[in-house]
Design a binder for this molecule. Sequence first.
Ligand code: ADP
Ligand code: MG
Length: 321
Amino acid sequence: MTSRNAPASAPPAQAVEIKGLTKFYGSNGRSKPALDGVDLSIPRGAIFGLLGPNGAGKSTLINILAGLVIKSSGSATIWGIDIDEDPRNARAAIGVVPQELNLDSFFAPAELLDVQAGLYGVPKSERRTDELLALVGLTEKANAPARTLSGGMRRRLMMAKAMVHSPPVLVLDEPTAGVDVELRLQLWTTVRELAAAGTTVLLTTHYLEEAEELCRIIAIIDEGRLVACDETEALVRKVDEKKLSLTLTAPVNALPPALQAMGLALETPDRVVFHYKPSRAHVGEVLAAVAAAGLAIRDVSSEETDLEDIFLRLTRSGTSS
Ligand code: ADP
Ligand code: MG
């Protein structure tokens, strides 16, 4: 944490590149890896979501990038700088807001940012204390004792603290875990503003809605392995499945074999469901077949697949039940 001089060459296409990243904690050779050969590329300018359940390995990955955890094998570059070859400059290219907030309670926000800037060797003339406080909505609290800050203010202060050396990459480890809805929306706004100002953001979350709402690209990890990584929309489209529900005007005991053969099923005596891939199935034919079988339809509805479904399908929680 002594240099803020990231190389001034052309910005890399990938803000972060990770290859085969593996981490075994402890010396017990039989232990399961917390990270198991993870490959990831985070394009410059993206808000990138690393999604996974508790214990998936999200913090381990982030802490390796931050230089807080030593990887077992694999490689990582931040802003084109290899974390092994040039750990100092790699660390200067990243700002990290850890999952556990450890706010030094004797400094007022402005003081805290100044001290932090000093640690990174940012000259006084280049400090952005006021700008950063404004960015996270703490201008009015600039000189307030830290103990008077609410939980939400502390989180936003930690984001400002991670930005004092103007890193091109900001990493937020579960920024909204356990915060209320209002604060979560505030933090999303701050993240979007940082991204709009050109910062690449990597955030971890176990909230599917958050990743879907905020992130352009989502990687899903579970038990240390990458199980999916794609543009958010593509990830949702990839699953390409919809559920069609038909409510019948009169209940039936069973479906005619012809309809069963098409994949239709009776969910309740008056409801027929059909799981289908929109790119392949023709709903018109299904409806015609139902009508031809003499069943009258009172109502039709169709549901899109959301990230929750994808997540359940891709991780063990989907197969254990
Ligand atoms: P997440 O952030 O996704 O919840 P973590 O990276 O914190 O996951 O943890 C991944 C796995 O590594 C878990 O099984 C966890 O118990 C283990 N782990 C994390 N930190 C340590 C540590 N310091 N020592 C030993 N095991 C750890
Ligand atoms: Mg974690």
